[in-house]
Design a protein around this ligand. Sequence first.
Ligand code: NIG
Ligand code: FE
Length: 417
Amino acid sequence: MLIHSASQLITLAGGPQRGTELGRLGIIHGGAVLIRGELIVETGVTPDLLKKYPNEPCLDAGRKVVMPGFVDPHTHLVWAGDRAAEFEMRLEGKTYLEIMAAGGGIASTVHATRSASVNELLDQSRKRTRGMFKHGTTTAEAKTGYGLELNTELTQLEALLRLDKEGPLEIAPTFLGAHAIPPEYKGREDEYTRMVSEKMLQAVKSWWGAHTSEKPLPFVDVFCEKGAFDLEQTRQILTAAKTLGFPLKAHVDEFENLSGAELAGELGAVSVDHVVKTSSAEITALGKSNTALVSLPCTPFGLAEPHYSPAKDILAANGILSIATDLNPGTAWCESMQFVIALACRYLKLTPAQAVAAATINAAYAIRRDDHIGSLEPGKQADLLILSVADYRHLAYRFGGNLVQTVIKKGISYPVA
Ligand code: NIG
Ligand code: FE
């Protein structure tokens, strides 16, 4: 199939974009892209490709933007229930950490998730995958972390594998058994940490091998934060995961700096996420590493807090910056990478081009899939969007709506109603 007559074909060719290089869109004006099966064969200008492939079935993009599907590299997709009541409590003055310390927060979603059957979890989560897909997300990372005991954590992993198999949204799974201290371990934080490091990780690895041996191991993530896992506990879990061969991620510096970014960087983590209270020294070190920095602007926005990731400093330090929704029931129930782009331009002070690159090729890098998604280049997977606008900057300029008209996933076209 030849998709032609794009006003702007945003290729994002050339690999992940480091530091101030971010924002290289590789635009072909009047562009076209040839797809065969699940793959991209060629990109170029419309007259050239129409001439070269005269018998190809055609799809006229109608002078609109054609671009890679969004990659959302940080979500907590699978949960049961909601926390609308906590949102109201926060508006009345309680903080996120206070609600968590009082037994609400993540623990309340853990309770609902433990009580749900796998089918209930699938039904509730599938609504979100559909929302993400119709807003243009073609691949998303998604975490466990609302079980906090082996069986429910495995149920969440199973739900992720099943949703991935159902498609069309593709899912990169993450084990987040260290998302919070489960209520039954209150006061025995070190014991839970040992349980995760010494038992759960091995059990997840064996389960994974038995269920899906053909897929690489999931990521292992830890919420390194006051009231969750401290630096030493984080070190213990991430080190054990690394020894078992898991690729690493970490939630760091969302509210307080515990030096988790430095630790994760030293351990060679694939990404560090949130990075709000990260120190200049840590940003400098990460800028020299291959660890991606994933900013989640929906989280401070959702919490009505004033602090966002220091994106300009990250770029000045040559860091690989990406953005994600953080889709979760506590701080950020947002399924749209378009809304993340709008926030990133306003609060991280990114240009629209930088935000688009952070939501595509760099987001693919943050889940180590940049070799086959995140840009429109020959040999890559045919995951792309046709927008309803002719200028990509509308993705940043407008907000709260949906500018995606058609999603193409692995070469198959899904019109957005
Ligand atoms: O990334 N910070 C930890 N995890 C989520 C919040 C999860 C929740 O509140 O349920 C986050 O913001
Ligand atoms: Fe998160």
